[in-house]
Ligand binder design. Structure first.
Ligand code: FE
Length: 254
């Protein structure tokens, strides 16, 4: 099993603060049967910047530690890129590169809104040869209120990644319901942990298979995990045509 979004590197963002905390996360990943991890520290975030080369260097540094090496978990370079007007410039200057050198970029929206320039910027990213993956759209307030904001972006070629703890209900019943609806409307293509800390924001991938509410979604979840593998190999992912939300779904009898 492969995780494609997490904050495993220490001292670079709001993830672990020490190598011990990174080791705790790796211990947890191992227990959950995770064999590979794309590390995705924040980039172009209001508080954190991590260029692709810096991420590569940090991984190499980490792998000099025998204890880390002994986990035998493959580490791949990536970034969680906040959507700003600097994204295109950073692509041109190679400060942004594809996840594990692929055509895929993990893009983070601000948590409250979908900025007005999002659609255009995701289009521009695609003209540069990259496929944007929207990180955890279920946690964006504007999308939670109008899921068709996400539909529009997916319909225009973006992909998206849901956070495992949203789907398992760890983050609340409403976000779980929303997550399931997004999957049912073919708006989600990957599932990842977004782990930051072994206790506060842990790797939560194995609970996907032990949560009763997700029992009948096992093959769908396996499909999302399979897309994780395809992504790091720079292969095309399996996706279905996105389905628009009908207002009647919200208003029931009215
Ligand atoms: Fe993240």
């Amino acid at each position: 099993m492969l995780d494609i979004h997490n904050h495993l590197l220490f001292g670079v963002d709001d993830g672990p603060e020490s190598i011990e905390e990174t080791i705790n996360l790796l211990t947890q990943a191992k227990e959950q049967g995770i064999t590979g991890i794309v590390v995705t520290p924040h980039h172009l975030h209001p508080r954190y910047n991590n260029t692709f080369t810096e991420v590569e260097n940090k991984i190499n540094e980490l792998l000099c530690n025998q204890q880390i090496k002994d986990f035998n978990i493959q580490l791949y370079p990536g970034q969680e890129i906040r959507i700003t007007d600097k994204v295109l410039e950073d692509i041109d200057q190679h400060q942004i590169q594809g996840i594990n050198y692929s055509k895929y970029l993990l893009i983070e929206l601000p948590s409250n809104a979908v900025p007005h320039y999002t659609k255009n910027l995701l289009y521009e990213i695609q003209t540069k040869g990259f496929i944007p993956i929207i990180a955890h759209p279920e946690r964006n307030k504007a999308i939670a209120q109008d899921i068709n904001l996400l539909y529009e972006l997916i319909n225009n070629g973006a992909l998206s990644q849901i956070t495992a703890s949203s789907l398992t209900g760890e983050l609340g019943k409403n976000i779980q319901k929303l997550s399931i609806q997004m999957i049912e409307h073919n708006l989600i293509h990957f599932v990842a942990s977004d782990a930051h800390h072994s206790e506060n924001r842990p790797f939560g991938l194995s609970p996907l298979f032990t949560t009763p509410k997700l029992n009948n979604m096992e093959s769908t979840i396996r499909g999302l995990l399979h897309n994780n593998e395809a992504m790091i190999q720079n292969k095309d992912v399996v996706k279905e045509r996105p389905i628009e939300f009908k207002k009647s779904k919200f208003f029931g009898l009215f």
